[in-house]
Each structure stands twice: as C-alpha cells, then as structure tokens.
Design a protein around this ligand. Structure first.
Ligand code: DON
Length: 308
C-alpha cells in the first residue's frame, strides 16, 4: 500500500499528541543505572520511505541508547565476515524466555536459542571479536551503522557502557556459562566489555530509521547488505526480536521488529519503509510500552504487514 507523505506526517503528529495525552509511559530500565536517569515521558518517531523521503515527529532528534537493537547490526557484520558459520554456535528459534534468561542454556548445552537473547548476542559479539582488539570490533559495528544511516555522527556513550559493566551481573554469569561450554572463544571479560559498549551506541530515531533502510532493502539504501541476508535478519526480528513478547508483537504489529531496553524499536516493512520509534518506559517484557503501541498504530494506519 502506498502512503501519501503528507497524510503520514499528519498522522504521526497526531500520534505524538495522543501518546502525550495518554500519559501511560511504563517504567524505565533500572538495572543499568545510567538508563534509570532517563525521563520516561518522551516519544519520538521517524519513518524512511521507499521514495527516499523521511518523516519524523516528536523527540526525533533526541539521542537514546540503542541497547539490544545493536544486536541486529552486530549479526549483520558477523554474517558478512563469517557467513553461515555462526549458526554452529547459536540457534534460530524463539526462546519464550526473558532476554537475560539462563534457563535454556544448561538444557541446550551452552548453545543459545537465537542471536537476540543476551546469551546469543554474547556469542555473536564473541564471533565479531575473533581475537581482535575490542576497539576494532566496535569500529566495524559503528562503521556499518554510519554507512547504513549515511551519517558519521553515531557514537558510543561510555557512561552507559561503564554503568552496565558495573551492574551487568547476569551477563557476566551468561558469558562464564558459555565459556564453560567452549562457546566463547575470547576471555569472557573481553567479550563482555565489547558487548556492553556495542549496547551503549546512541542514536536518534532519525538515524536509526535511515540505518534500517538496508534491512528494509529500500531503493535508496546503501548497498551494504545482500537481499538474502536482509531476509534472514527480518525473519529473526519477526520471530525473536521481542524475546518472550515476540508473538505478541507479531500479532499486534505484523512486521519484523527489534527492541532495546533503552526504549527504542526498529520496525521493518520490507521494501516499503524503515520505522524507528523511541519511548524509554518499558512493558513487562522489557520492550518499549509506547513504542510498541506506536508501531501498532502506524502498521494499522499504513496497512503495512508481512502477513498480507
Ligand atoms: O544486556 C543487556 O541486558 C542490555 N545491554 C541489553 C538488553 C536489551 O536491550 C533488552 N531489550 N529489550
């Protein structure tokens, strides 16, 4: 369905007002102290369309911590580097458990269910690291994001990375557990440090929507991701992008999406649009409460769905 840009702009402005009027923002993540400081009463949205236009509303120029959304781009880099090898170390099935759960890791002998739960993302980051210095692995993720967004002003917030390094005890446990199964090839502290910094990348929804064009395979997107890899990232975002809330997101929004505990969500309408929403308050699954609501409203307004 083609959407008129003027109508979409009007709709998004109305959505900003509607969300502010609801005042139901959810709770910010507090297990990373730096994120606990963020005011939950914020919302921004940006949509990059197939005709090359970009429409934004609300707090669209505000930088936020992309957190787990980075996992999609790390995986893109790893697939580019090692091809399919990563699938010997991590699965492609939804976990049905929280993003930081250790439950299945023992049952499944240290092979995480998918690359988007924390255990799986640690393995992907470990593969990207591949005995390089962490700064080189991080430079590769940043270079990919900057190229995808066509914007060099994308950086890591060291305060967020340090904050998580001080309190990320579950990730430390997961990394050590993976190491005990030989599914971490670098020292756990190196993989963890790289992972915490990757999660601490900050972007605006405008930058994120532009970066998502490569996954949506929009005509004006830089040619840095093959159509086949984009299809696979979309499949994983659809089935695993919201952890134990993935089914609910698919049911309500009908599009692949990846959330982050900083309140951002990247939503892909393949071939049509790349949508980024941000609102820092979270729902029970650790995904943005108003971001999910906004994605649902945008999908309904535009008629975009991968289910026809
Ligand atoms: O590893 C963590 O817990 C965070 N750096 C990222 C988790 C996250 O974003 C979950 N997503 N909603």
């Amino acid at each position: 369905m083609r959407v008129k840009t003027a109508c979409l702009k009007h709709f998004l402005n109305g959505l900003v007002d509607e969300i502010a009027a609801r005042g139901d923002w959810g709770e910010v993540a507090d297990y990373i102290p730096e994120l606990a400081k963020v005011d939950p009463a914020q919302f921004g949205v940006s949509v990059s369309l197939a005709d090359g236009t970009q429409i934004s509303a609300g707090a669209s120029a505000e930088r936020f911590s992309i957190q787990s959304i980075s996992k999609v781009f790390t995986l893109a880099c790893v697939l580019g580097r090692n091809g399919e090898q990563i699938w010997t170390r991590v699965g492609r099935e939804p976990s049905g458990t929280r993003f930081d759960s250790i439950l299945l890791l023992e049952q499944e002998k240290g092979r995480p269910r998918n690359p988007f739960i924390n255990a799986g993302a640690l393995v992907t980051t470990d593969a990207l690291l591949a005995h390089r210095a962490p700064k080189d692995a991080l430079s590769e993720v940043l270079a990919f994001l900057r190229a995808a967004a066509e914007d060099d002003d994308i950086h890591i917030d060291p305060a967020v990375a340090e904050s998580e390094a001080r309190t990320g005890f579950r990730n430390v446990a997961l990394a050590n557990y993976l190491k005990s199964y030989d599914n971490l090839h670098n020292p756990p502290e190196l993989t963890l440090g790289t992972y915490f910094h990757q999660c601490a990348i900050e972007m605006t929804v405008e930058q994120l929507a532009r970066a998502g064009r490569v996954i949506a395979q929009l005509p004006d997107a830089p040619q840095i991701l093959s159509p086949e890899k984009a299809r696979r990232l979309n499949a994983l975002m659809m089935t695993c992008g919201h952890y134990d809330g993935s089914g609910d997101f698919a049911f309500r929004v009908g599009l692949p999406g990846k959330s982050g505990v900083g309140g951002g969500i990247l939503v892909i309408a393949p071939g049509r649009a790349s949508i980024a929403v941000w609102s820092p308050g979270l729902n029970l699954y650790g995904n943005s409460l108003m971001g999910t609501y906004a994605a649902e409203r945008i999908a309904r307004f535009t008629g975009w769905s991968v289910f026809g």
